[in-house]
Ligand binder design. Structure first.
Ligand code: SFD
Ligand code: AMP
Length: 634
């Protein structure tokens, strides 16, 4: 392959390798720097983008969704674990949720120290959006956190470094241990080999696996960032790690078309959502919740069930569904003592409503402006988005990781906290599963927990395994193959996007999205699927795997797109396999198995999966849920 010769091979050796530059990675860099300094160890971080604006928090956020306030005694750790467990219909690891929750407040205090403006009330307390959430002026949230992470790495001098705009493709493995990662630069003709004693995967979740609602002119608009494309899942799966909850996708309800957040409306402004007839479907359909006990009648109603009641309205043709912003604002204004304070309250609420979007999802503010929406006068459409794979928000997918020494039951612990089942490979944030509701603050915190453990791993395993030149050359050839395919065949057609010998990544992505949408319960299929549909979908994914060898890239940017879609494809396969294995419907509103329409007692378990690198087969297993905290009686 001639193309390869255009790419210089750069080898970087380090102790801890942090993959990704998002919330979990920043937490990891911050914490690792502290422990690495004591041990004279190296820490290296690699991000596909620029840390200042990379990952889910790129556009900013208007709330921090995990803050317990343990010191002021408002909440207990057990309360939080119960809340998360209810929300996930019983399927979470209590030990992991509690481990993050007990440390999360201190991370939030650090954010404030670093300059993040957090809303305060007249007494100087944080303004709570809801029981677990606090309001922030968070447009620059990521910039502030990334700066702190970079400063921490700088404290290490030569031992601390970060690389931006390097796309990580795959793990480097030796005798079952993860010993690094490979990738390429998006700015220079360079192929990177990162060799490390321990590796932390924090490359976010997976977006655009399913056909999005926003197509054509709107393509690229999504709720979660389109540039998080399944790298964490691919990396851990291909390393041979056991994965968990790969069937739990998250389907958020958002303001329609621009994906603006609903949390502030539901929680802070106490808004209702209604169908087109003005009926509050949560009230109207409360009886349905009894079919999903014990979780159905929990407070708050689990996110998937809130979705489900809304979907039943849509199914009956009672949509559009509206967020009644005008009613919520009016209700608060009506509580004012006199006309003057009513006016002041109205102005304040108008400001807060717009800022909520400007801090987090600017495009929603633009859509409001361009469609003449005045929240104080006009209701706004909301809708269920396409499915996303994220272990940190209200989903659960990711790697199965070892729990904390003092909390985890024996079955959940095999070594260092947050280490996957692969030696030396750790995961945090969206990359680790079964510990939902971490959000930005919890992901940062989990990054800290994982990094501290990964540094201990380096201390206990001081050897830096070597990798044979021959293996490196083979991997390099594989990674750059799409460039070679393009160069070989490009002359055959006038339009470089159409060619009988290859497929461009954009078309490949559309094909994947169509399969997932139609066979795996996407938007077009009203989130419903069944065994025959899933099996058909798997068959098509198999063809896609075969066709992935024909992916073509005209430049390194397109090469990244090729690999993003290979990553998505593996995420898709593991999702279908896991949905197929779980013969029940546990999360209606996220997906519905029409052939198994009920929740079943014998499926109150985790479904774990492992792609076996030796046999190229998937191994599926049930894992017990060990409750450390009981649910409330309701
Ligand atoms: O309103 C590679 N989130 C919210 N969290 C909150 O606390 N409050 C909110 O208000 C939240 N909301 C919200 C949220 C996210 C988004 C997009 C919106 C609204 C519109 C969730 C958090 O943001 C989320 O939980 C964390 O950010 C997750 O952290 P982490 O570290 O797991 O993922 P990341 O931050 O996206 O970072 C990923 C990094 O990986 C890089 N990367 N690097 C190298 N090679 C590759 N191949 C890579 N692929 C990806 C990325 O560049 C990035 O640096 S609300 O909805 O509830
Ligand atoms: P969202 O903007 O939907 O991501 O919500 C932000 C936070 O509020 C998350 O912690 C959600 O779980 C929570 N949330 C959103 N809507 C509701 C609701 N109707 N009831 C309870 N919690 C909610």
């Amino acid at each position: 392959m001639d193309i390869i010769n255009n790419f210089e091979t750069v080898e970087v050796t380090t102790d801890l390798l942090i993959l990704g530059g998002g919330m979990a990675a920043c937490g990891a860099a911050f914490e690792a720097a502290h422990w690495a300094k004591q041990q004279n160890l190296k820490v290296t971080l690699v991000d596909k983008a620029a840390m200042e604006r990379s990952g889910a928090v790129a556009m900013g956020l208007s709330a921090i969704n995990e803050y317990l306030g343990l010191k002021d005694g408002t909440n207990t750790l057990e309360d939080y674990v119960r809340y998360v467990k209810n929300d996930l219909m019983g399927v979470v690891r209590d030990d992991l949720v509690a481990n993050i929750a007990r440390h999360v407040d201190s991370s939030v205090h650090l954010f404030e120290k670093w300059g993040l403006p957090i809303w305060k009330d007249e007494e100087g307390n944080y303004v709570r959006e809801g029981r677990w959430q606090i309001m922030i002026n968070g447009e620059s949230y990521k910039t502030i956190v990334a700066e702190a992470a970079k400063n921490a790495l700088a404290e290490l001098g030569e031992n601390g470094s970060y690389y931006e705009r390097i796309f990580i493709t795959s793990p480097l493995m030796k005798e079952g241990r993860c010993i690094g990662a490979v990738g390429f630069s998006l700015r220079e003709n360079k192929f990177y080999i990162f060799r490390a004693k321990s590796v932390l995967a924090t490359m976010g979740g997976a977006v655009h696996v399913f056909k999005p609602r926003s197509v054509g002119e709107g393509l690229g608009r999504s709720w979660y960032p389109p540039f998080n494309s399944g790298a964490s899942a691919y990396f851990t799966i291909r390393a041979g790690a056991e994965m968990t909850c790969q069937e739990i996708r998250f389907v958020p309800v958002r303001f329609k078309d621009a994906y603006g957040p609903v949390g502030a409306w539901f929680l802070l402004f106490k808004s209702q959502a209604t169908n087109a007839l003005g009926e509050d479907y949560m009230e109207k359909r409360a009886g349905e919740l009894k079919n999903w006990l014990p979780y159905g009648t929990a407070k708050p109603t689990p996110a998937n069930l809130r979705n489900y009641l809304m979907m039943l309205e849509v199914e009956e043709g009672n949509h559009p569904i509206y967020m009644r912003t005008e009613k919520a604002i009016q209700k608060i204004v009506n509580e004012a003592d006199d006309e003057k304070s009513a006016k002041r309250t109205l102005k304040k609420l108008e400001n807060e409503a717009w800022e909520d979007f400007l801090d987090m999802t600017i495009s929603q503010a633009l859509l409001w402006a361009s469609t003449n929406i005045k929240p104080e006068e006009t209701p706004s459409e909301i809708a269920a988005c396409e499915p996303y794979f994220i272990g940190s928000h209200s989903g659960g997918s990711g790697a199965w990781v070892s729990g904390p020494e003092d909390l985890a039951p024996d079955d959940y612990k095999w070594g260092y906290p947050n280490m996957t089942t692969v030696q030396g490979l750790f995961a945090a944030g969206d990359a680790s599963g079964a510990s939902s509701h971490k959000f930005s603050s919890g992901s940062f915190t989990e990054g800290r927990i994982a990094a501290k453990a990964a540094i201990s791993f380096c201390v206990d395993h001081p050897d830096l395994p070597n990798i044979e030149q021959e293996t490196i050359e083979k991997i390099k050839e594989q990674i750059f193959q799409p460039l070679e395919v393009f160069t070989q065949h490009k002359e055959l057609t006038v339009d470089p996007d159409i060619n009988p010998n290859y497929i461009k990544p954009r078309m490949f992505m559309f094909r994947l999205q169509k399969i997932m949408d139609e066979y795996a319960g996407g938007v077009s299929n009203a989130f419903k699927t069944s065994k025959p549909l899933l099996e058909k979908g798997l068959e098509f994914l198999q063809y896609m795997k075969e066709d992935s060898g024909k992916l073509a890239a005209a430049d390194t940017h397109e090469l990244m797109r090729c690999w993003e879609n290979i990553h998505r494809l593996w995420q898709a396969e593991s999702h279908i396999k896991t949905m197929l294995f779980r013969e029940e419907t546990r999360w209606p509103g996220y997906y519905f198995r029409s052939d198994f329409p009920k929740m079943e007692k014998n499926w109150k378990c985790f479904v774990n999966s492992r792609w076996n690198p030796e046999t190229d087969e998937w191994e599926m297993t049930k894992k017990n849920i060990i409750d450390l905290v009981d649910l409330d009686e309701h």
